[in-house]
Design a protein around this ligand. Sequence first.
Ligand code: M6R
Length: 365
Amino acid sequence: EKGGYEDFMIKEIHEQPKAIKDTMTSRLVAGQDIVLDKIHLTKEQLDNVDKIYIIGCGTAYHAGLVGKNIIEKLARIPVEVDIASEFRYRDPLITDRTLIIVISQSGETADTLAVLRDGKKKGARVVAITNVVGSSVSREADDVFYTWAGPEIAVASTKAYVTQLVALYILTLYLADLKGTLSKEEIEKIKTEMLTLPEKAETLLNNLETMQKFASKSYMEKDIFFLGRGLDYAVSLEGSLKLKEISYIHAEAYAGGELKHGPIALIEPGTVVIATLTQETLLDKMVSNIREVVTRGAKVLGIAFEGSTEIEKTCDYAIYIPRTMELLAPILSVIPHQLISYYVAKQKGCDVDKPRNLAKSVTVE
Ligand code: M6R
C-alpha cells in the first residue's frame, strides 16, 4: 500500500504533482471560465460580503495565511485568518455579511466544525475546503471545494496542504472574477502558470540530493529557525511545524522583520536558520536579515528560485526551486521544507508516519 516507498509521508510528498493536477482538473481549463460546481455564491451575494474569515487548525491554518495574502491582493476583500480554537471563544464579529472559509483536510476537526456551526447560526455563509467527501464539514457548509489530494495517511500533512493552497488560489481567482478586480487576461495569465506547477513540482522532486545532504548535517539537532517575509513567512511557519511534528526538534518561524525585536538574541555560533526568499520586493530586506544572523555565526540554508545567485553569496547552502510567479511560490517552496523535515526525522530514527502524541484527526476539543 506504500507503493514501494518506505513510509506514507514520503509517498504522499511524491504524490504532490498529481494532487496539484487533480485539484485543478476540470476547474482550471485554458481559455475557459473557472468552474466550481459546489460553490453557489452569486455576484450579488459576494458584493454583500464585507469581511472574510479563514479558519483552520495547524497546517490548515497555515494554508489560510497564504489565502489571506492572495485574496486581499487579488480580490480586494478584507480577510482575517484565525486558529479555530481561538476564534470560537473570542466573540468575533460575525454578521450576514461575513464569509467564513473553513479549511480542514479531514473535515472532522472539532474546533473547525464548531466555528462552521456557530458562523452559520449567526448568519454567515460558510465555504468549506476539505479533502474528505461526505465529511461533517462538507455536509454542513453552504459551499464546498474538494481538494483532490486522495487519502492522506501520514499524520504530518503534505499533499493536503499543497492542495489547500491550490484550492485557495482557484477560489481567489473565482472571487476576483466575480468582483471584477482582475481582468480575464490577468486571470488567464495566473491560470496558465498554475497549470505548469505539477511539472515544476516533479522537477523539484527529482533533485533531492541537496536536501538530503543538508538534513544529514550534524548541526541539525536543536533550535532551528525559519525566516521569511510575506508569503515566505507563511511557508516558514508550515516548515517549522513539520520539523517539530516528525523530528521532535524545536523549531520556530519568524517574520524576517521581527528578528531585531527579540529572536536574534537566540542566534549563536552554529544556530541553523532556514530562510526562504522567493519574493523579489522583499529580497533585499531578507538578505540583510541573513547577514545579521551570519555575522552572529548562524549556518544558513537559503531556499530561492533558480537563478537567484545572490543567495549563494550570503547563505552557506542553497536549494533552488523552479521559477514561477512569486504569488504562486508557496506551492513549490513548501516541498523542500517537507523533505528536510522528513530526512532529518528519518535520520533520527523517528516514526515519521505516526509521530508521538499526535492523531491524524483531532475530533476532541
Ligand atoms: O483535518 P484538519 O485539516 O482539520 O487537521 C488540522 C490539523 O490537525 C492538522 O493540519 C495538523 O496540524 C497536521 N498534523 C499538520 O501536519
